[in-house]
Design a protein around this ligand. Structure first.
Ligand code: ADP
Ligand code: MG
Length: 199
Protein backbone atom coordinates (compact mmCIF):
# COMPACT_ATOMS: atom_id res chain seq x y z
CA UNK A 1 0.00 0.00 0.00
CA UNK A 2 3.02 2.32 0.45
CA UNK A 3 6.02 1.96 -1.81
CA UNK A 4 9.19 4.04 -1.79
CA UNK A 5 11.43 4.03 -4.83
CA UNK A 6 14.88 5.61 -4.58
CA UNK A 7 13.59 8.27 -2.20
CA UNK A 8 16.09 10.90 -1.09
CA UNK A 9 15.59 13.80 1.27
CA UNK A 10 17.88 16.79 1.76
CA UNK A 11 17.77 19.56 4.32
CA UNK A 12 19.19 22.84 3.06
CA UNK A 13 20.55 25.67 5.15
CA UNK A 14 22.47 28.77 4.11
CA UNK A 15 25.83 27.07 4.66
CA UNK A 16 25.29 23.37 3.96
CA UNK A 17 23.14 20.52 2.73
CA UNK A 18 22.30 17.48 4.87
CA UNK A 19 21.35 14.28 3.11
CA UNK A 20 18.85 12.77 5.59
CA UNK A 21 17.76 9.89 3.36
CA UNK A 22 19.67 8.42 0.43
CA UNK A 23 17.86 6.33 -2.20
CA UNK A 24 15.50 4.45 0.10
CA UNK A 25 13.58 1.51 -1.34
CA UNK A 26 10.84 0.05 0.84
CA UNK A 27 7.42 -1.45 0.67
CA UNK A 28 4.76 -1.61 3.39
CA UNK A 29 1.64 -3.77 3.29
CA UNK A 30 -1.50 -4.29 5.35
CA UNK A 31 -1.01 -6.86 8.10
CA UNK A 32 2.64 -5.98 8.53
CA UNK A 33 4.36 -4.85 11.70
CA UNK A 34 7.56 -3.08 10.70
CA UNK A 35 10.23 -1.82 13.08
CA UNK A 36 12.74 0.72 11.78
CA UNK A 37 15.92 0.87 13.80
CA UNK A 38 19.09 2.91 13.52
CA UNK A 39 21.34 5.20 15.48
CA UNK A 40 20.35 8.73 16.38
CA UNK A 41 20.50 11.05 13.36
CA UNK A 42 20.23 8.22 10.83
CA UNK A 43 16.99 9.60 9.36
CA UNK A 44 14.29 7.53 11.10
CA UNK A 45 12.04 10.46 12.00
CA UNK A 46 12.58 11.98 8.55
CA UNK A 47 11.47 8.70 6.98
CA UNK A 48 8.32 8.52 9.12
CA UNK A 49 7.44 12.14 8.37
CA UNK A 50 7.76 11.52 4.65
CA UNK A 51 5.75 8.31 4.77
CA UNK A 52 3.05 10.16 6.73
CA UNK A 53 2.89 13.10 4.35
CA UNK A 54 4.15 15.58 6.95
CA UNK A 55 7.28 16.39 4.97
CA UNK A 56 8.31 16.50 1.32
CA UNK A 57 10.96 14.49 -0.51
CA UNK A 58 13.25 15.70 -3.26
CA UNK A 59 14.12 12.62 -5.30
CA UNK A 60 12.51 9.31 -6.14
CA UNK A 61 8.87 8.39 -5.91
CA UNK A 62 6.35 7.33 -3.28
CA UNK A 63 3.29 5.35 -4.31
CA UNK A 64 0.24 5.23 -2.07
CA UNK A 65 -2.23 2.50 -2.97
CA UNK A 66 -0.57 2.37 -6.37
CA UNK A 67 -0.86 6.12 -6.96
CA UNK A 68 2.22 8.24 -7.51
CA UNK A 69 2.45 11.15 -5.04
CA UNK A 70 4.69 13.32 -7.21
CA UNK A 71 1.67 15.24 -8.40
CA UNK A 72 -0.11 15.38 -5.03
CA UNK A 73 -1.04 18.94 -4.08
CA UNK A 74 -1.52 20.19 -0.49
CA UNK A 75 -5.15 19.02 -0.43
CA UNK A 76 -4.19 15.51 -1.57
CA UNK A 77 -1.62 15.28 1.22
CA UNK A 78 -4.09 16.67 3.72
CA UNK A 79 -6.62 14.00 2.77
CA UNK A 80 -3.93 11.35 2.95
CA UNK A 81 -2.90 12.42 6.46
CA UNK A 82 -6.52 12.61 7.56
CA UNK A 83 -7.84 9.39 6.05
CA UNK A 84 -4.89 7.01 5.91
CA UNK A 85 -2.46 7.87 8.70
CA UNK A 86 -2.69 7.68 12.48
CA UNK A 87 0.49 9.09 14.01
CA UNK A 88 1.58 8.20 17.54
CA UNK A 89 4.04 10.58 19.14
CA UNK A 90 6.62 9.66 21.74
CA UNK A 91 5.19 12.41 23.95
CA UNK A 92 1.68 10.83 23.64
CA UNK A 93 -0.12 14.10 22.70
CA UNK A 94 -3.06 13.39 25.00
CA UNK A 95 -5.49 15.92 26.45
CA UNK A 96 -4.34 15.78 30.09
CA UNK A 97 -7.48 17.27 31.64
CA UNK A 98 -9.76 14.82 29.81
CA UNK A 99 -10.58 11.38 31.11
CA UNK A 100 -9.39 8.25 29.32
CA UNK A 101 -12.84 7.87 27.77
CA UNK A 102 -13.06 11.53 26.72
CA UNK A 103 -9.67 11.40 25.03
CA UNK A 104 -10.92 8.70 22.67
CA UNK A 105 -14.44 10.11 22.35
CA UNK A 106 -13.08 13.51 21.27
CA UNK A 107 -12.08 12.05 17.91
CA UNK A 108 -15.63 10.86 17.27
CA UNK A 109 -17.36 13.96 18.61
CA UNK A 110 -15.28 16.14 16.27
CA UNK A 111 -16.53 13.99 13.40
CA UNK A 112 -20.07 14.85 14.50
CA UNK A 113 -20.94 11.50 16.02
CA UNK A 114 -23.78 11.32 18.52
CA UNK A 115 -22.64 11.21 22.20
CA UNK A 116 -23.80 7.71 23.11
CA UNK A 117 -22.58 6.16 19.87
CA UNK A 118 -19.20 7.83 20.42
CA UNK A 119 -19.08 6.55 23.98
CA UNK A 120 -19.81 2.97 23.00
CA UNK A 121 -17.26 3.01 20.22
CA UNK A 122 -14.64 4.50 22.56
CA UNK A 123 -15.31 1.80 25.16
CA UNK A 124 -14.90 -0.90 22.52
CA UNK A 125 -11.52 0.50 21.46
CA UNK A 126 -10.29 0.96 25.03
CA UNK A 127 -11.01 -2.72 25.66
CA UNK A 128 -8.82 -3.61 22.70
CA UNK A 129 -5.85 -1.81 24.22
CA UNK A 130 -6.45 -3.16 27.73
CA UNK A 131 -7.58 0.09 29.33
CA UNK A 132 -11.06 -1.01 30.27
CA UNK A 133 -10.77 -0.44 34.00
CA UNK A 134 -9.69 3.21 33.90
CA UNK A 135 -12.34 4.94 31.81
CA UNK A 136 -12.84 7.89 34.13
CA UNK A 137 -9.24 8.50 35.18
CA UNK A 138 -7.74 11.78 33.93
CA UNK A 139 -5.03 11.24 31.33
CA UNK A 140 -2.64 13.20 33.54
CA UNK A 141 -2.87 10.50 36.23
CA UNK A 142 -1.94 7.57 34.03
CA UNK A 143 1.36 5.71 34.10
CA UNK A 144 3.64 5.90 31.05
CA UNK A 145 2.47 2.54 29.75
CA UNK A 146 -1.19 3.49 30.20
CA UNK A 147 -0.61 6.80 28.41
CA UNK A 148 0.90 4.99 25.47
CA UNK A 149 -2.07 2.58 25.41
CA UNK A 150 -4.39 5.57 25.36
CA UNK A 151 -2.38 7.16 22.54
CA UNK A 152 -2.78 3.88 20.62
CA UNK A 153 -6.53 3.90 21.35
CA UNK A 154 -6.75 7.40 19.88
CA UNK A 155 -4.88 6.22 16.82
CA UNK A 156 -7.34 3.31 16.46
CA UNK A 157 -10.26 5.73 16.75
CA UNK A 158 -9.06 7.33 13.54
CA UNK A 159 -9.81 4.01 11.81
CA UNK A 160 -6.94 4.26 9.35
CA UNK A 161 -5.14 1.34 7.77
CA UNK A 162 -1.74 2.73 8.65
CA UNK A 163 -0.43 3.44 12.15
CA UNK A 164 2.91 5.20 12.44
CA UNK A 165 4.76 5.55 15.73
CA UNK A 166 7.99 7.44 16.40
CA UNK A 167 9.84 5.80 19.30
CA UNK A 168 6.62 4.87 21.12
CA UNK A 169 8.50 3.01 23.82
CA UNK A 170 11.24 5.60 24.32
CA UNK A 171 9.85 6.74 27.67
CA UNK A 172 8.89 3.30 28.96
CA UNK A 173 10.73 0.66 30.97
CA UNK A 174 11.69 -2.62 29.33
CA UNK A 175 8.79 -4.71 30.56
CA UNK A 176 6.16 -2.10 29.63
CA UNK A 177 7.81 -1.61 26.24
CA UNK A 178 7.42 -5.31 25.53
CA UNK A 179 3.68 -5.26 26.20
CA UNK A 180 3.23 -2.19 23.99
CA UNK A 181 5.13 -3.85 21.15
CA UNK A 182 3.00 -6.98 21.58
CA UNK A 183 -0.08 -4.78 21.25
CA UNK A 184 1.23 -3.22 18.02
CA UNK A 185 1.96 -6.69 16.65
CA UNK A 186 -1.55 -7.84 17.47
CA UNK A 187 -3.08 -4.81 15.74
CA UNK A 188 -1.08 -5.46 12.61
CA UNK A 189 -1.66 -9.19 12.43
CA UNK A 190 -5.20 -9.51 13.76
CA UNK A 191 -6.80 -6.22 12.73
CA UNK A 192 -5.06 -5.94 9.37
CA UNK A 193 -3.31 -2.66 10.09
CA UNK A 194 0.06 -1.70 8.76
CA UNK A 195 2.05 -0.64 11.81
CA UNK A 196 5.31 1.18 11.18
CA UNK A 197 7.36 1.85 14.28
CA UNK A 198 10.69 3.55 14.88
CA UNK A 199 12.62 2.19 17.80
P1 ADP B 1 16.65 10.15 13.68
O1 ADP B 1 15.17 10.28 13.88
O2 ADP B 1 17.07 8.82 13.15
O3 ADP B 1 17.42 10.51 14.92
P2 ADP B 1 16.35 12.45 11.91
O4 ADP B 1 15.45 11.98 10.83
O5 ADP B 1 15.75 13.29 12.97
O6 ADP B 1 17.11 11.19 12.54
O7 ADP B 1 17.57 13.26 11.27
C1 ADP B 1 18.33 12.80 10.15
C2 ADP B 1 19.36 13.85 9.77
O8 ADP B 1 18.72 15.01 9.23
C3 ADP B 1 20.22 14.36 10.93
O9 ADP B 1 21.51 14.60 10.44
C4 ADP B 1 19.54 15.64 11.35
O10 ADP B 1 20.45 16.52 11.94
C5 ADP B 1 19.02 16.16 10.02
N1 ADP B 1 17.77 16.95 10.18
C6 ADP B 1 16.60 16.47 10.69
N2 ADP B 1 15.63 17.42 10.66
C7 ADP B 1 16.21 18.53 10.12
C8 ADP B 1 15.74 19.85 9.83
N3 ADP B 1 14.46 20.20 10.06
N4 ADP B 1 16.62 20.72 9.28
C9 ADP B 1 17.90 20.35 9.00
N5 ADP B 1 18.40 19.13 9.26
C10 ADP B 1 17.58 18.22 9.82
MG1 MG C 1 13.95 10.67 15.59
Amino acid sequence: MIKLENVSKYYYSSSNVTCALRKINLEFKVGEFVAITGESGSGKTTLLNIISGFDSYEDGEIYINGKSTSYFDETDFENYRKNEIAFIFQSYNLIDSYSVLENVMATFIIEGMEYNVAKNKAIEILKQVGLDSDFNKKALKLSGGQKQRLAIARALAKETNIIVADEPTGNLDGKTSETIIELFKELAHQRDKCVIMVT
